[in-house]
Every structure is written in structure tokens, then in C-alpha cells.
Design a protein around this ligand. Structure first.
Ligand code: PBG
Length: 327
């Protein structure tokens, strides 16, 4: 007789049993697809992000059809703005005839049930590549930025965005945006706050995709994005956004910050989402290329890790690939 009776291998002896004891699930509608759009006639490859494209309006229509038929019902739009439209006052960010509002309107006509998340931040719209306005001494001016973010959010909400997603990390922006939306009777527009956004080295491919990298140069975003060596601020950021009126809280990056997802999802009363960012997707892409394992296997393991840590939804550039695997 053996001296132990807890045989965990009993749970694992065949596939049916392993399915029976599964308690973490991933479904296509847990996934949100981030999409880059530009003002050109054709789709364009992104050198720094071989698993994604910059979409034309026509290309976007095709892509959304494919997403919807695979049960991906929510997308997050990110604009690529022409250099000559990047101005100090960021006027392209709140132009009702701008790329994002026009695209939202066109998408809503064509796909009324498609849920659209619109990113709110100034980085694609100004020559500095920073998310906030610069004051005369070159610092990012928090309070000067708030009215612009509210204008941008209002512009997108009026165009029909379902969810407004401030990713800029200015303080007080959720309250400012919520008040602006309420003032215009946009009471049903949801706010997804990038509450816990770290100053990460994993945003590189994204910055190339939206063409902010070359403007940003060697500058960083450490005065407003969070320091990954500090934990106490995490709870404060999430709590504050919740109190200011955020409907969803986002942790970003996702895969490197599973401990943060876990603590926020157990301490806050709002759904917590994870952003599987460009650099994290690149790691999987290049690991698969170097035969570490198949992209499919690496991807599912990464997505399940985020679900297991408590992420309610995951924003990932591999949403369509994953949805196909989950069929
Ligand atoms: C900026 C923004 C960034 C991302 C989304 N919105 C980059 C940054 O903060 O510089 C990164 C997303 C990714 O890497 O996939 N508002």
C-alpha cells in the first residue's frame, strides 16, 4: 500500500476527464480585436507587426465580416494619422469629419450589432507622440489635456462609439469625460478606463503601427504611465477610476502583469479586462517562428493565463486566430 491517497493524476487520465475538470473558459466573445485604420485606399503591411495590418475602410469591412462570423463582436479602433494632420492643438483628434468618427459611422451603418471601442489619447494626433499636451517647459500638462480628451471622447460618442477608452493616463480624465458625456445626454456611452497602464517596453510595435515611434524618438512616458516597480498605486488608480465613473477597468500590458489582474479583479467591483499588447503578441509570433512551439499552442496558453488570473475580456491582436481555434 502506498502511504498517500491524493492522486491528482486521477483528474488527467484522458481527454474527457480533463474536459470535465476544466474550470477556466475562453470563448470567442471573451476576445476583443484591436484594429489600425488609415485614410488610404488599400490595406498596408506593418513591418514591426507582421501579424496585423493598417486597414482601409474597404479592408476593414471585410475584416469585420470575418470577425463577426467567428463570433468576435467587439473591436477597438486605433487611427494612423498623416504627418501633416499632426498639430500642436491636436485638432484632428476631435474633428467630426476625422478618420475615427467617419469610420465609426460607416461601420455602424453596415454592422449595427458590432460593438465599437474608440481609443481616447492624443499620441497619434500631435508631433510629440505623447498622450498629453506639452506645456512650455516641455512637461506633459495634465490639466490642460483634460478638456481636449473630453472633446475627443464627445466627438467619438456622437459618432456612435459604444465604448470610450481613455488610454492616456492623465489624472481626473474619467470624471471629466463622464461629466462631458452626461452634459450631452450621452448617458449610455460606456467608459473603459486604461486604469492600470504601465510604462512598458512592450508597446514598441504599436507605436510603429500608429506612426508615433519616430516622433517620440528616445522620449518616454514615465511621468504619467505607471512604474512597474511599484504596487501600491495599482489599487488607488483602479479605485479612483471606478469612483469617477468608469464601467470597465483595464490592465495593460496583460501577460506580464497577471498578479495585477488578479488583485484588481478581486478587489474592485467592475469587470477587469486585459490588454495583450503588441510586444507580447510579437513574442508569441517570433517564438513560433523559431519553433519554440506552434503559434496556436503558444497563443492559447497565453490567453488562458490571462483568463485564469481574472481577466473578464482580453484585447488581443490574435483575436481572430484564437476564435478560429476555439470553434
Ligand atoms: C497610447 C497607446 C499605446 C498603446 C495603446 N494606446 C502605446 C503607448 O502608451 O505608448 C499600446 C498598445 C500595444 O502595445 O498593443 N495611447
Amino acid at each position: 500500500m502506498s502511504s498517500f491517497f491524493n492522486r491528482f493524476r486521477r483528474y488527467r487520465s484522458n481527454q474527457t476527464l480533463r474536459d470535465l475538470v476544466q474550470d477556466v473558459y475562453l470563448r470567442p466573445h471573451d476576445l476583443i480585436c484591436p484594429i489600425f485604420i488609415h485614410d488610404k485606399a488599400n490595406n498596408e503591411a506593418i513591418e514591426a507587426m507582421p501579424f496585423s495590418l493598417r486597414y482601409s475602410l474597404n479592408g476593414l469591412f471585410h475584416y469585420c465580416e470575418e470577425l463577426l462570423s467567428n463570433n468576435i463582436k467587439t473591436i477597438a479602433l486605433f487611427p494612423v494619422i498623416d504627418q501633416e494632420k499632426k498639430t500642436l492643438d491636436c485638432s484632428a483628434a476631435y474633428d467630426p469629419d476625422g478618420l475615427i468618427p467617419k469610420t465609426i459611422q460607416a461601420l455602424k451603418l453596415r454592422f449595427p450589432s458590432l460593438m465599437i471601442i474608440a481609443d481616447v489619447a492624443l499620441d497619434p494626433f500631435q508631433p510629440s507622440g505623447q498622450d498629453g499636451l506639452l506645456s512650455n517647459d516641455g512637461q506633459i500638462d495634465n490639466d490642460l489635456t483634460l478638456p481636449l480628451l473630453s472633446k475627443q471622447a464627445l466627438c467619438y460618442a456622437l459618432a456612435g462609439a459604444d465604448i470610450i477608452a481613455p488610454s492616456d493616463m492623465m489624472d481626473g480624465r474619467i470624471q471629466s469625460i463622464r461629466e462631458t458625456l452626461d452634459d450631452h445626454k450621452l448617458i449610455n456611452t460606456l467608459i473603459l478606463s486604461y486604469s492600470v497602464k504601465f510604462s512598458s517596453h512592450l508597446y514598441g510595435p504599436f507605436r510603429h503601427a500608429v506612426d508615433s515611434a519616430r516622433f517620440l524618438g528616445t522620449a518616454d512616458k514615465k511621468t504619467y504611465q505607471m512604474d512597474y516597480r511599484s504596487r501600491f498605486q495599482v489599487f488607488l488608480e483602479a479605485k479612483t477610476d471606478e469612483l469617477e465613473g468608469a464601467d470597465f477597468l483595464l490592465v495593460k500590458p496583460g501577460l506580464h502583469y497577471l498578479d495585477i489582474i488578479q488583485s484588481i479583479s478581486s478587489s474592485q467591483d467592475r469587470p477587469v479586462w486585459s490588454y495583450h499588447v503588441s510586444g507580447e503578441c510579437s513574442m508569441i509570433y517570433y517564438a513560433a517562428k523559431e519553433n519554440v512551439n506552434s503559434l496556436d499552442n503558444l497563443l492559447l496558453e497565453a490567453l488562458f493565463a490571462q483568463k485564469r488570473s481574472g481577466a473578464n475580456k482580453i484585447i488581443t491582436y490574435f483575436a481572430l486566430e484564437a476564435a478560429r481555434l476555439l470553434k
